[in-house]
Design a binder for this molecule. Sequence first.
Ligand code: CA2
Length: 150
Amino acid sequence: MSRTVVVLNGPNLNLLGLREPEIYGRVSLEDIKAATRARAKTHGLEADFRQSNDEGELVTAIQGARTSAAGIIINAAAYTHTSVAILDALLASDLPVIEVHLSNIYKREEFRHHSYVSRAATGVICGFGAHGYELAVDAMANILVSRKTK
Ligand code: CA2
């Protein structure tokens, strides 16, 4: 089994730490990447951490994960609420998927309460800020261990 977990980040998350700190905090995506990779290492996993503003690029990355990775952690950002293409790619990947959001999307506007990604996800972590990525790595490690022992 691959020891790689692909961690995908959608549009505008490259702006983390630079804009809207009251919603998304002061931590940059580079900081989150470092923390996620370090956490993955504690489980003997490697985090392939990526960000794209492009829906097609995210779909291509999900398709690639099917043959190269053990699981997918995804914060699809605004595409969470709009993208059937990302949902279809996640379903086709046949991999465990964990959905992450920095903010608690259920405390926010109504349009953020619906997630297409959730239909493909084993679980959702939201509202814990940057720490949510580390929680997602722990959850993924747990899923992968229990799959191996089955
Ligand atoms: O809370 C999350 O992680 C979100 O996925 C973030 C998305 C939002 O559309 C989702 O509803 C919830 C937005 C990401 C934009 O990130 C920015 C970061 C800094 C400044 C501006 C936008």
